[in-house]
Design a protein around this ligand. Structure first.
Ligand SMILES: *Cc1c(COP(=O)(O)O)cnc(C)c1O
Length: 402
């Protein structure tokens, strides 16, 4: 057993490493953000004004993708991506269980069945070998999630999708700012979805987008996200009857983003490089500290991924500890380090259980779930905050070491 250099954990009667609570994530807004929103409120356009076009152009220039379609949230982005991929009743969509429920729900929205592939137990991302084993004649698309911000193995996934004629969708809710093989997330898969929820790297309050290089998919995305209605004469089936004329040519949804949200997001994107740099710095500190602790496993990365990390996953080694994940989580809370767990495997939820999914489907994902805790990781963390988290983890790991 290691020397107890950190003192008695708060959970075991000692005093906590810090007096105030720190949470796993927090948005960062500044004066420029407030002003951007105020400017829109004082303008005439509240929704679908000039900020939407400006935002979509900016997303293209940041990622290198040809097209961007902004929407009301990341879940709507996944829904229209599945619709544009032609996913419908009777189809299957392969995804990972270690994600937010929306990555699988989007298939259900279209009447299709989500099929869960297992993860790679080193990177925690979807394992292309397991994806290939899940392919049937019914498979239409793969929704690969850049879990924690790390890119999936896109070369291997592309190969499988080409071999079986599948559409490759990346759920990039965690990975804006990440590059794979030098190319930005958003420019590689057939479609990439983003979320701009406040816990993500940049926020619009609520917001999302789909990126694509395909003109054909772009048209479908626009239609599915905007009522299926168009004012574009090139897309209409009839000749416009007058300047008022528009047509509904698809059954779409109202998933539009407002100018208020777009303005906030544009201002947030001005800070993306700053957010990226700080997140990378914190991850480096954590990795250096935790790789010295035999009770902790550090998440591995594929060399192709230059990752902007949205989540930092502390993976405990239960065989090296006298407490389990719940005990470790509670001990961190007693130190005032308020964590979270990302994620409960999607098919564990009662809704999915009722659809017939059973535990045991993805053993590596299920094992991961038993061992993970999401530590605080956000731009506004001070060096002292980072040190507190490291100190608390070290204190608990050494005190409860086997
Ligand atoms: C946040 C998130 C979503 C959903 O995004 P919303 O904007 O909250 O709808 C989808 N997938 C993943 C992996 C996420 O983390």
């Amino acid at each position: 057993m290691e020397e107890k250099i950190w003192g008695l954990p708060a959970a075991a009667g000692g005093s906590p490493v810090r007096e105030t609570k720190i949470y796993y994530g927090h948005q960062y807004l500044d004066e420029a953000d407030y002003q951007a929103v105020l400017d829109v409120l004082k303008s005439d356009a509240l929704t679908c004004g000039p900020k939407i076009g400006e935002l979509e152009e900016r997303l293209c220039s940041i990622t290198g993708a040809k097209h961007a379609v902004s929407v009301s949230n990341g879940t709507a982005a996944l829904h229209i991506a599945c619709l544009a991929a032609g996913v419908g009743p009777g189809d299957e969509v392969i995804t990972t269980p270690i994600t937010f429920a929306a990555s699988a729900n989007c298939a259900l929205y279209c009447g299709a069945r989500p099929v869960f592939a297992d993860i790679d137990d080193k990177t925690y991302n979807i394992d292309p070998k397991s994806v290939e084993q899940c392919v049937t004649e019914k498979t239409k698309a793969v929704v690969a999630v850049d879990y924690t911000g790390q890119s999936t193995d896109l070369k291997a996934l592309r190969k499988i999708c080409d071999k079986y004629g599948l559409i490759l969708i990346t759920d990039g809710a965690h990975s804006i700012g990440t590059c794979y093989d030098g190319k930005a997330t958003g420019s590689i898969a057939d479609m990439t979805t983003f979320s701009f929820h406040p816990v993500k790297t940049v926020t619009a309050g609520e917001g999302g987008a789909v990126m694509t290089n395909s003109d054909e998919l772009y048209k479908k995305l626009v239609l599915f996200g905007r009522h299926g209605i168009t004012r574009n004469p090139d897309w209409m089936e009839n000749t416009p009857e007058g300047p008022w004329y528009y047509e509904q040519i698809e059954l779409g949804y109202n998933y539009r983003m407002t100018d208020i949200q777009a303005a906030l997001l544009l201002s947030q994107l001005d800070k993306l490089e700053m957010f990226k740099a700080r997140r990378k710095e914190i991850v480096k500190c954590y990795n250096e500290a935790f790789s010295q602790m035999p009770q902790i496993t550090v998440q591995e990365e594929i060399p192709e991924s230059d990752t902007t990390r949205h989540l930092y996953i502390l993976r405990i080694r239960p065989e090296a500890l006298t407490i389990d994940r719940k005990g470790f989580f509670e001990a961190l809370a007693a130190e005032n380090i308020c964590c979270n767990v990302h994620y409960i495997p999607t098919y564990y939820f009662p809704y999915y259980q009722k659809l017939g999914y059973q535990k045991g489907l993805c053993p590596k994902a299920e094992k991961l779930y038993e061992e993970i805790i999401s530590l605080p990781l956000y731009y506004g963390m001070s060096d002292a905050d980072v040190e507190d988290v490291i100190k608390a983890v070290g204190k608990i790991a050494s005190y409860y070491a086997k």
